[in-house]
Design a protein around this ligand. Structure first.
Ligand code: TMP
Length: 233
């Protein structure tokens, strides 16, 4: 069986794993992509829809999502674009992620919640690894030690032309959290390809969403996938 959503293909293996999933142990969903792709809005829409269907939902984000991780976020997302090396950013993101997993994500999954996280490990792979040049070995080692088996069950990768994404971010007010937006254009082009490569390499986990579509079209593509995954009727 092959299902198609816009320009993403979902293999039969992916659908088999969804039927095996025991919702009582929680489901971990992540939203990923470049700047201005509209992830945060869609996280809220999905969380509301799931709550209306009776699911216990935890909405969270990275870097951040716990007291300690929010402190580290401030270091990462503000200031000059070249403030940190890609290796330092990797270490800071994983320090934040360790706290977030320990105090927020794992307890919620253990209590049977659907955890929806705005960015997670794929952002480190794309921003610090592919676009920033941090060593792949370092990232893989940290993923293994800190994330372990708490890998997302499903990841939506929002794909958009960086010119469109960045023009969207310029028109919204997000304080001084613009450190990554201010990286060079080539950085953002590399990011886009890096996220698409991740989706290609892990088709069982990742679904690419065409983020240039309208907010309601994006929300309905996501809901179609979720309805099937959680067997909602
Ligand atoms: P956002 O909350 O607006 O998406 O901003 C978070 C920023 O942090 C965004 O520019 C991407 C960046 N980031 C990384 O560079 N690496 C990571 O691992 C994560 C989670 C985020």
């Amino acid at each position: 069986m092959e299902q198609s959503f816009g320009y993403c293909n979902v293999s039969s293996f992916w659908w088999l794993t969804m039927f095996d999933k025991n919702v009582a142990q929680g489901v971990f969903i992540t939203f990923e992509g470049g700047e201005g792709a509209g992830k945060s809005t869609q996280v809220k829409i999905l969380a509301n829809q799931l709550e209306e269907h009776g699911f216990k939902v935890l909405q969270t984000r990275e870097p951040g999502g716990s007291l300690g991780a929010e402190d580290i976020r401030e270091l990462l997302v503000t200031g000059a674009p070249d403030r940190w090396s890609a290796s330092t950013e990797t270490l800071l993101n994983f320090a934040a992620r360790d706290d977030h997993l320990r105090t927020t994500i794992r307890p919620a999954l253990q209590s049977g919640s659907v955890v929806i996280c705005d960015r997670f490990m794929d952002s480190t792979r794309a921003y610090q690894g592919s676009a920033g040049g941090a060593q792949k070995d370092l990232i893989e080692h940290l993923e293994h030690s800190i994330i372990g088996t708490t890998v997302p069950d499903l990841t939506f990768i929002f794909d958009i032309d960086p010119d469109i994404g960045l023009s969207r971010t310029k028109s919204r007010n997000h304080g001084n959290e613009d450190r990554f937006e201010n990286k060079p254009e080539s950085f953002h082009q590399t990011l886009r390809q890096a996220f698409l490569d991740i989706a290609n390499n892990e088709p069982e986990r990742c679904v690419v969403i065409d983020a240039s579509k309208s907010q309601s079209d994006v929300a309905s593509s996501i809901w179609t996938i979720i309805e099937n995954r959680l067997r909602i009727k």
